[in-house]
Design a protein around this ligand. Structure first.
Ligand code: GMT
Length: 384
C-alpha cells in the first residue's frame, strides 16, 4: 500500500458514559481534526459526540426487535453494519474499543470481506472490565481469547491491564500499551466562585466522586470517608454519574447525612465544571484498569484519594498528586484526605503536581502513537 497521508478509520465503541466510549470518541474527534476521516459505528450517538464536525460520520447500528428472538443479536447486526460501512466508505482500518462483542464482530466482518477480496485490518483496544470482570467469565473466554489473538494489533490502556490480559487468557499476540489521554487545555478553566458557592455556600471543601456506580467503584466507601472527614473539616460531597448502586447509596445518605451535605448530580455531559470547583477527588475502586476519572481530576488540579489497584498507580503518584491506599482501607484514605484538607500549603503543592502529571497524558503526546500504529498495521497487512 502506498503510504497515504490520511486514513479512513471506522471506530467501534459503546456510546454511553463509560470510559471506553469517552476515550474512543475523543480519539476519533482529535484524529478528524488532524485530517483523518472518522466513522463512528455503534447503536446510538455517542454521548461525547454532540455535533458532527468535518471528517466525522456516524453510522447507527439498528437494533430493532425481532419476534423470533428473546434478545436482539447485536453482534450480528454490528457485523453486517461493519461490512456495509467498510465497503461503501472504503475504510482503511477498523479500531474497536472494548473486546465484547466488538472484537469478534470485527473479526467476522474481516472474514466476510475477505471472501469478497477486500482486506481490512482491525485493532482491538482493551479497556478493563472486558478483561478483568466480564472477560474472566468462562462463557466469554474462548471468544475473547480468539479475537484478541486474531486482531491485527492489540492495545491496552495501562501496563497493569496488559499483565492482567496475559495472566487470564492464553495470548499469543503482541499487546502494546497506549495509555488513555486527556486534552489538558480543555480543563484549564478560570475560577468560578459563583458556581462553587452554589454547593458550598460557607466555603466548605468540595469532595467529588464520579463513576458509573457499579459494585467495583465501592461508592459506599466514598460516603464512609466523607462522614469521617466531616467530623474534622467543613465539607460537602458531590456524586456525579449514575448506575446500579446509586439508589441504595442515596437512601443511606438521606438517613445518615445532613440535607445538602451530599448532592447527587446524575450524568453530566461534561464533568470539568464540577472538577473545577472541587478540592479533592475520591475513587476507592476495587479495580480500575486506568481510572480516566482520576486523570480528569488531575487535569483539573484536583488531588486524588484512591486505591493501590490495577492501573491506578500508573496515573496517581502516591504522596505527590494524591494518595494510594489498600482497597477498603477507609481509615487510611480518611487520614490521607485530612493531610491535604488540613494543610493548605500541601494541598496547593499537590494541585500543581496534579496538573503536571496530567500533562504527561496529554492527547498531543498519545495521538502520534495511535497514528503510527494505524499506519504500521495497514502497511503490514497490505505487505503480507
Ligand atoms: O468499568 C467502567 O468504569 C467502564 C469501563 C469502560 O470501558 O467504559 O471503564 C474502563 O475503561 C476506562 C477507559 O479506558 C478506564 O479508565 C477504567 O478504569 C476502566 N474501568 C475499570 O477497569 C473498572
Amino acid at each position: 500500500m502506498r503510504k497515504k497521508k490520511f486514513l479512513k478509520i471506522g471506530i467501534v465503541l459503546y456510546p454511553t458514559f463509560g470510559g471506553s466510549g469517552v476515550v474512543a470518541t475523543e480519539l476519533g474527534k482529535e484524529l478528524a481534526r488532524k485530517g483523518h476521516e472518522i466513522h463512528f459505528i455503534t447503536y446510538s450517538r455517542p454521548v461525547r459526540l454532540s455535533e458532527l464536525r468535518e471528517n466525522i460520520f456516524f453510522h447507527e447500528v439498528s437494533v430493532s426487535e425481532y419476534p423470533l428472538f428473546d434478545h436482539t443479536p447485536y453482534e450480528q447486526v454490528l457485523t453486517s453494519k461493519l461490512v456495509d460501512v467498510v465497503k461503501y466508505e472504503q475504510l482503511d482500518l477498523l479500531h474497536v474499543h472494548y473486546a465484547i462483542p466488538h472484537a469478534s464482530a470485527a473479526y467476522m466482518a474481516q472474514q466476510i470481506l475477505k471472501s469478497q477480496f477486500i482486506d481490512i485490518p482491525f485493532i482491538t483496544t482493551l479497556h478493563g472490565t472486558d478483561i478483568t470482570l466480564v472477560g474472566k467469565d468462562p462463557s466469554f473466554e474462548p471468544v475473547i481469547t480468539f479475537s484478541i489473538n486474531n486482531s491485527n494489533a492489540v492495545t491496552t490502556v495501562s501496563e497493569s491491564l496488559r499483565q492482567a490480559t496475559y495472566e487470564h487468557f492464553k495470548i499469543t499476540n503482541k499487546i502494546r500499551v497506549i495509555p488513555n489521554f486527556i486534552c489538558t487545555e480543555h480543563y484549564n478553566l478560570p475560577n468560578n466562585d459563583k458556581y462553587k458557592k452554589r454547593y458550598a455556600p460557607n466555603g466548605e471543601f468540595i469532595i467529588t466522586h464520579i463513576s458509573n456506580f457499579r459494585k467495583v467503584k465501592r461508592v459506599e466507601d466514598v460516603l464512609a470517608i466523607f462522614k469521617e472527614l466531616k467530623k474534622r473539616v467543613p465539607c460537602r460531597l458531590l456524586f456525579v454519574g449514575d448506575g446500579p448502586d446509586r439508589i441504595k447509596l442515596e437512601r443511606n445518605c438521606r438517613t445518615s447525612c445532613e440535607r445538602n451535605d451530599v448532592l447527587f448530580l446524575g450524568h453530566l455531559e461534561s464533568t470539568r465544571e464540577v472538577l473545577n470547583i472541587s478540592d479533592l477527588f475520591i475513587l476507592p475502586s476495587e479495580t480500575e484498569s486506568f481510572g480516566l476519572a482520576a486523570l480528569e481530576a488531575l487535569a483539573s488540579r484536583v488531588p486524588v484519594i484512591t486505591t493501590n489497584a490495577g492501573g491506578l498507580p500508573e496515573v496517581v503518584d502516591h504522596n505527590v498528586n494524591g494518595f494510594l491506599s489498600e482497597v477498603g482501607d477507609i481509615e487510611d484514605m480518611t487520614k490521607n484526605a485530612l493531610k491535604l484538607l488540613e494543610n493548605s500549603v500541601l494541598l496547593e503543592t499537590f494541585r500543581k503536581n496534579a496538573y503536571k502529571k496530567a500533562q504527561k497524558f496529554d492527547i498531543q503526546n498519545v495521538l502520534p502513537i495511535y497514528e503510527k500504529l494505524y499506519f504500521d498495521t495497514c502497511c503490514s497487512m497490505s505487505c503480507s
